[in-house]
Design a binder for this molecule. Structure first.
Ligand SMILES: NC(=O)c1ccc[n+]([C@@H]2O[C@H](COP(=O)([O-])OP(=O)(O)OC[C@H]3O[C@@H](n4cnc5c(N)ncnc54)[C@H](OP(=O)(O)O)[C@@H]3O)[C@@H](O)[C@H]2O)c1
Length: 280
């Protein structure tokens, strides 16, 4: 049975992607922080696709301990992993820290998926051919990265800090793809489009108003899942790795900073250290 692990399926792009993967007949393990809601989504997917092999595990991507526990649960329950989709992500309007004392968006959007992927890598290797799909964002183009200044909240600006976490996704994708190049494991990332989901926080008036005004111009969740589904399931990209795709499933050059191998390596080192993992 081909097995997929996907994070953040309680809302938005993740729900639609999980359903598409289930429709294809894969076993789907949904890693979510809100397990009650995830169970409701699972029941809905089972009912609409007829695929009963859908599972929920608890995983709060913002917590290193929760990610470790989720990886352990997955490894104990499933012998193979052919498709890992790092979809879960979030945005905050104000500076916040994770349980580990890190800036919350960096912790959730970059560090959690980094740790989860590293902990599952041996299982992915032994299941190859396999794919890793990272949901990044075109926001990464405007990101700056100061790896010595990841924890201070004084420089917090919602979009800039979110962009930095999404740059982390692209840097990680390109680095991991190089490392796995000869192992029949593809690693790609994508921008889903500007999609009308729950990603924009609503606890600030200006964001609420902005969200309401912009909504009619945004892609639907269904349309916003197209590129994730394409990278996860299409034969066209079976041998494609180390690429960034836009919302039209076209390969685009990521930012110059994202392509900088020195920055990729430095982020890998810093992230490994924060997760207590060996650099190699
Ligand atoms: N929407 C866009 O325009 C857009 C553009 C570029 C990139 N993206 C990326 O697309 C991905 C999916 O986002 P979306 O637009 O579908 O947003 P969404 O509707 O808010 O869904 C995000 C999903 O991630 C989950 N999540 C958030 N924090 C989590 C945590 N700490 N641990 C585990 N799961 C967590 C959410 O779970 P809860 O239900 O528990 O909150 C939800 O299931 C994200 O990586 C986002 O950065 C979105």
């Amino acid at each position: 049975m081909r097995t997929c692990l996907i994070t953040g399926t309680t809302h938005g792009i993740g729900t639609i992607t999980a359903k598409a993967v289930a429709e294809r007949g894969l076993r789907v393990v949904m890693a979510c922080r809100d397990v009650k809601r995830a169970a409701r989504v699972r029941d809905e997917i089972v009912e609409t696709t007829g695929n009963r092999d859908i599972h929920v595990i608890e995983c709060d991507l913002s917590s290193l301990q929760s990610v470790r526990a989720a990886a352990q649960t997955f490894l104990a329950g499933h012998e193979e992993l052919h498709l890992l989709i790092n979809n879960g992500g979030m945005m905050t309007a104000q500076p916040e820290r994770s349980a580990d004392g890190l800036e919350l968006m960096f912790a959730t959007n970059h560090l959690g998926p980094f740790l989860l992927t590293r902990l599952l890598l041996d299982r992915i290797r032994s299941s190859a051919p396999a794919r890793i799909v990272n949901v990044a964002s075109r926001a990464h183009y405007r990101a700056k990265l100061n790896l010595d200044d990841l924890h201070t909240l004084e420089t917090f600006a919602p979009m800039q800090t979110y962009s930095r976490s999404k740059l982390g996704n692209v840097l990680f994708t390109l680095m991991l793809a190089r490392r796995l190049a000869d192992q029949q494991i593809t690693v790609n990332c994508l921008h889903p489009g500007v999609v009308g989901t729950n990603i924009v926080p609503t606890n600030r008036l200006w964001l609420r108003l902005g969200g309401r005004i912009a909504k009619p111009f945004m892609l639907s969740e269904v349309r916003g899942a197209d590129t994730s589904i394409y990278l996860a399931l299409s034969e066209e990209v079976a041998g494609v790795t180390g690429c960034y795709f836009d919302e039209h499933q076209a390969v685009k050059a990521p930012s110059e900073l994202a392509r900088n191998q020195g920055e990729q390596e430095r982020l890998w080192e810093v992230s490994s250290e924060l997760c207590g993992l060996p650099v190699t």
